[in-house]
Design a protein around this ligand. Structure first.
Ligand code: MLT
Length: 396
């Protein structure tokens, strides 16, 4: 028996686990330190009232013989939720069929699971820096990975290069970690490149709800023809605070085929074997997000986080630190002051201000010298963190 040798090619610990351990060690050594965590992009507001009410109703249904639900009739998800998601897309001018929507337990799982459909000899193209999940998933499987630098020079939005061929490309917009957001016009170029290369785009739209600027894409399907080359993966975590409740969705268009085989059919086949669906209760909670009242409550939460981003941005402006993001995104991507390296700034900020962020280098070599702060924190703590950050930087 042999273990998967590719595990030796990924770092021993996942980025956010490493940070968690470092912070726990610091806290143990400094029990009085009042640490503020703006590292992992986890939400802090509770689930919206409409969602909680829907969850309660569904729990009640499960307690009565007449309304109890067992196995989900379709691993693809309940019709009521897929119809609600279809309506959400229609609200921003995108038509998707309910037979193209698959309910998942979150974007992270599907971003890895979808690779079951692809041969191990395919080449994968990812931006650098990047959400580490795309890289780790493919390294574990033994796929060849090509990196495209996302730098200040290209505004952290790499564009296709005709000299580069790949079979699978990951795009994340609004981007984790940089917050940079592709316009529809830029995504048109990616769609054209994918078609020319017979490549599949795995489009991570987990942060689409933060888009406010006109021209910026919320879905790759805003580009005509994208359904022939792109899968879109989305989540209820960021839009509605489901990080602990787990629910997401993946759109696999009927028009997406390779060598005459529809990926939608393959994905359905994969899911029916390996997945038994998301709990009924959770799907009812997710459905409530798209009601008029749910949407109103969720917008209030998103504004709360947007305000946190503005607070962090104002502090950085005051001390002249360069940053981007925070506008169509809950992440602020800043250049470490005084030429510090990412992990040095992480240690310095933890020790000097008791504030935790995410070192840019943890997302890839091109993230070296940068640092990510999340706007998903508590508002008062974010204000305090911004104050401490400012005061600390002034001493440099
Ligand atoms: C992050 O901090 O990058 C996110 O929380 C990751 C995720 O959603 O899995």
């Amino acid at each position: 028996m042999q273990l998967n040798k590719h595990f030796s090619e990924i770092s021993e610990s996942y980025l956010f686990s490493t940070i968690g351990h470092k912070v726990a060690a610091y806290q143990a050594a400094n029990p009085d330190a009042d640490i503020i965590r703006l590292g992992i992009g986890d939400v802090t507001l509770p689930l919206a009232k409409s969602v909680i009410e829907a969850l309660h109703r569904a729990v009640e249904e499960m307690g009565h013989k007449e309304t109890f639900r067992g196995y989900i009739p379709s691993e693809q998800g309940y019709d009521f939720l897929r119809e609600a998601i279809q309506g959400y897309y229609a609200g921003h001018g995108v038509a998707v069929g309910t037979d193209e929507i698959f309910i998942s337990d979150g974007a992270k799982s599907d971003l890895g699971n979808f690779l079951d459909l692809f041969d191990v000899n395919n080449t994968v193209l990812v931006p650098n820096p990047v959400y580490p999940v795309y890289v780790d998933d493919n390294v574990m499987a033994g796929r060849k990975i090509l990196y495209m630098p996302a730098t200040a020079e290209n505004a952290f939005l790499p564009m296709p290069d005709d000299a580069v061929h790949a079979d699978i490309v990951y795009l994340c917009s609004p981007n984790n970690p940089t917050g940079a957001t592709y316009t529809v016009a830029q995504l048109e170029k990616w769609v054209a490149w994918a078609k020319k290369n017979q490549a599949v785009i795995l489009f991570d739209a987990a942060y689409e709800c933060f888009v406010t600027e006109p021209g910026c894409a919320r879905s790759i399907y805003e580009v005509p023809g994208a359904k022939e080359c792109a899968v879109e993966v989305c989540s209820f975590s960021k839009i509605a605070g489901f990080t602990g409740t787990r629910c997401g969705y993946t759109v696999v268009p009927q028009a997406l085929a390779q060598d005459g085989t529809q990926l939608n059919k393959l994905w359905m086949r994969r899911q029916t074997t390996k997945f038994n669906g998301v709990p009924y209760i959770v799907q009812r909670g997710a459905e409530a997000v798209f009601t008029t009242e749910g949407m109103r409550e969720i917008q209030q939460n998103l504004d709360y986080y947007r305000n946190n981003a503005a607070v962090i941005a104002a502090a950085l402006d005051e001390v002249g630190v360069w940053y981007c993001g925070g506008k169509n995104s809950p992440y602020i991507w800043l250049r470490c002051p005084a030429g510090m390296k990412s992990w040095d700034f992480f240690d310095w900020l933890l020790e000097t201000a008791h504030v935790v962020g995410t070192p840019g280098e943890g997302f890839g070599s091109c993230g070296e010298g940068y640092f990510r702060l999340t706007a998903f924190g508590d508002a008062e703590k974010t204000k305090e963190a911004a104050r401490r950050l400012k005061e600390a930087i002034k001493t440099l």
